[in-house]
Design a protein around this ligand. Structure first.
Ligand code: CAO
Length: 415
């Protein structure tokens, strides 16, 4: 038995944000029926292809454990099929441009008429307001949600991050909203609308920066290394380089081999509780008693110099040696792991976080499995569907169309 067993999802999502959400729901056991345009499919099937005529990794890695049905939703017969899906499913998930589903004839009001228990879940770029009609992609969300203005170095331009906090992050938010709405439906008996706007999702993940914006009104942000360097603050939260977002100073330091290996670095945190151990480790035992270094406030204006000294030590060790030395001393640190190293990491294979999947056209490839582990609902990753692979089976088994009806729908170009 799986956590969401019996829940049927009408998956009207494409690209990344929506598919991230429905893939998670599928891993929790929901039956996810992905609706795609006949002959075309999700645009990502053909994007960033590494093998000609084979679904891209972009698509396969976001659409595991789903079934695919093709429907031309602008064709009258296609609309009939979609209507039946709306009546049959528990949740409709979509991330079309604003208004696209209304133009298709499936507004929230119409969907409620067809199925009052339906949960109608959407990702949009923005919530209601001046930008509600805009189309939005990952980096637009990172820029409008506060991530870009607070990422990067003080003397450089805003930066986007590699983590897809706008797309995958919002998909995660939406999945939580859907599960909460399903839970509420147990008591209320009715569905509801669930909206996760990408700007809101990114801003939620940048919560600590809004914290700092308000702290700024009461004085400089002392834990930012710019403070220690005597650089005054402006009226908005600045980019903080590799400063830690919490109260314990941290920075990325070079390790042995950094001259040739772009990932030979470690994140090092000078947590107050282990300051004495750090001093011993880096050969500066005198800093333990020196009033200029002994307390966190005393160290604030010397953070850059302290990290330079720690780096002299880390440069003599590989990032893994630093980790192995610091961990037993409870000194928090983390090696900068490349994608190659993560792909090869055995422990991630063993937990199912990195999974090898076999695909009939592509062969074997790696993917990220369910990052959320449920003890009573383990996720088994199965390959993404080919375009329309399950059209017939869904029309007959899920929607109850007879063989003759399927023939008529096909001949009319509905699927
Ligand atoms: N049959 C017939 N038509 C279909 C169909 C089907 N099965 N599936 C989709 N369509 C049509 C839609 O009805 C729409 O047509 P109209 O504009 O004529 O009404 C059209 O396809 C395109 O939909 P779209 O506008 O959503 O797609 P796009 O490629 O132009 O925009 C995106 C993509 C992502 C920018 C936009 O969907 C969007 O802003 N989504 C919300 C925010 C979001 O999720 N962004 C993140 C995406 S991941 O980076």
């Amino acid at each position: 038995m799986k956590a969401l067993e019996g829940v049927k999802i009408l998956d009207f999502t494409h690209v990344q944000s929506g598919p991230t959400c429905t893939q998670l729901l599928a891993w929790f056991g929901a039956d996810v029926i992905k609706v795609e345009r006949p002959g075309v499919g999700d645009a990502t099937r053909g994007q960033l292809r590494d093998i000609p005529d084979v679904d891209s990794l972009y698509f396969t890695m976001l659409n595991h454990n789903k079934r695919s049905i093709t429907i031309d939703t602008k064709n009258p017969k296609g609309k009939e099929v979609l209507e039946r899906l709306v009546k049959t499913c528990d949740v409709l998930v979509e991330n079309f441009a604003p208004g696209a589903l209304d133009r298709m004839g499936f507004s929230w009001e119409r969907v409620q008429e067809l199925n009052p228990r339906m949960i109608y879940a959407s990702v949009k770029g923005f919530g209601p307001g001046p930008y509600e009609d805009c189309k939005v992609y990952e980096n637009v969300a990172q820029c409008t949600g506060g991530a870009a203005s607070t990422t990067g170095f003080l003397d450089g331009p805003p930066l986007v991050t590699g983590a897809q906090i706008g797309d995958s992050g919002t998909g995660l938010h939406l999945a939580l909203g859907i599960v909460a709405a399903l839970f509420q439906r147990e008591k209320s008996g009715t569905g509801q609308r669930v909206l996760a706007a990408m700007q809101d999702g990114v801003l939620n993940l940048c919560r600590v920066k809004l914290r700092d914006q308000q702290r700024l009104q009461h004085g400089p942000l002392q834990e930012y290394s710019q403070h220690g360097k005597g650089i005054p603050f402006g009226d908005a939260v600045p980019r903080a380089g590799n400063d830690s977002g919490g109260g314990q100073p941290g920075w990325i330091l070079k390790c042995k081999g950094w001259e040739t290996d772009p990932d030979a670095y470690v994140y090092f945190i000078t947590q107050a509780a282990v300051w004495g151990k750090i001093c011993d480790l880096i050969g500066k035992p005198e800093w333990k008693e020196d009033p200029g270094y002994a307390t966190p406030p005393a160290r604030l204006d010397k953070i850059a110099q302290i990290f330079d000294t720690i780096e002299t030590w880390t440069k003599t060790k590989t990032k893994f040696e630093v980790m192995a030395t610091c961990n037993p001393l409870d000194i928090p640190c983390g090696p900068i792991l490349s994608m190659r190293e993560l792909a090869e990491e055995q422990s991630l294979r063993e937990t199912g976080t990195i999974v090898e999947v076999d695909h009939p056209k592509r062969g074997k490839y790696l993917t990220v499995g369910n990052p959320v582990k449920l003890s009573d609902s383990p996720a088994k990753v199965t390959r993404s569907p080919l375009l329309g692979e399950h059209t017939d089976e869904i029309l007959s088994d899920v929607l109850g169309f007879s063989k003759d009806e399927v023939k008529v729908i096909r001949e009319a170009g509905g699927v």
